[in-house]
Design a protein. Structure first.
Length: 243
């Protein structure tokens, strides 16, 4: 695929009209990457965590408003207990380690998911990151943690009911305003790495008119140049929004 720097999308010249406002990534392939390199699954997940930082920096530098990453789904609880604990430890450590740099970059962190179901220590790390980055204005980083797209819609409907809305008052706008991403732009581009071609219950409301981009690149090998290829493809597409 062509790099974004080889297209009409010239970031250096400030021509960002064809950039998506909101990009989401299903970060798939850590375990397969580990097997290919003769490593443990834990090492694969660690490499996957390390791959996040350059993508966040690249998106912020390009002027993308929001980046959403699928870190841990509610379905992931069914995995081996040791793997789940490894994931939590890696993600918690990454949140603590990266928060000062996110503050420096002006990146605001938001957590998408049922945070109340997380272990106490993880919730504390999440709370610290949310507080520390609250003033970030360059980009919003949405970390989907204990997340499910269907659960998000259920939670939005429950909020509508709790707010006292009658059945005939619950419309699309009422739901949208109560989603985890209510204060951000709709999703423009959904990327999945690792060769699978499905969205796996990720941002299913927000992705109604998103462009989908699938790549065989395993997540630990996903680099800013790989993202540029996806952005170049996005720039070439004609979005019709059902028209």
């Amino acid at each position: 695929m062509t790099s974004v720097t080889d297209t009409d999308l010239s970031v250096a010249d400030g021509a960002v009209a064809t950039l998506p406002r909101h990009v989401a990534i299903v970060m798939d392939g850590n375990r397969r990457w580990a097997r290919l390199h003769g490593m443990s699954e834990g090492e694969g997940h660690s490499a996957g965590v390390d791959a996040i930082r350059p993508i966040v920096e690249h998106c912020a530098d390009l002027g993308i408003e929001a980046l959403s990453i699928y870190a841990f789904s509610r379905e992931n609880w069914s995995r081996d207990e040791d793997e789940v604990q490894t994931l939590f430890a890696l993600l918690e450590a990454a949140i603590r380690r990266e928060t000062p740099d996110l503050v420096r970059q002006g990146v605001r962190v938001r957590i998408l998911g049922r945070i109340e179901e997380l272990p106490d220590q993880t919730r504390a790390s999440v709370a610290d990151a949310l507080s520390a980055t609250e003033a970030g204005h360059r980009m919003t980083l949405n970390v989907a943690f204990n997340y499910s797209g269907r659960s998000e819609i259920v939670d939005a409907v429950r909020r509508a009911v709790a707010d006292g809305l009658r059945a005939d008052e619950i419309d699309e706008e009422a739901i949208r305003a109560r989603l985890y991403t209510a204060d951000g732009p709709d999703l423009d581009l959904l990327i999945r790495t690792g060769g699978e071609q499905r969205i796996s219950n990720f941002l299913i409301w927000q992705a109604a008119y998103a462009e989908l981009y699938f790549t065989d690149v395993l997540w630990p090998d996903f680099a800013p140049t790989t993202l540029d290829a996806a952005l170049a493809e996005f720039a070439r597409r004609s979005r019709r929004f059902g028209r």
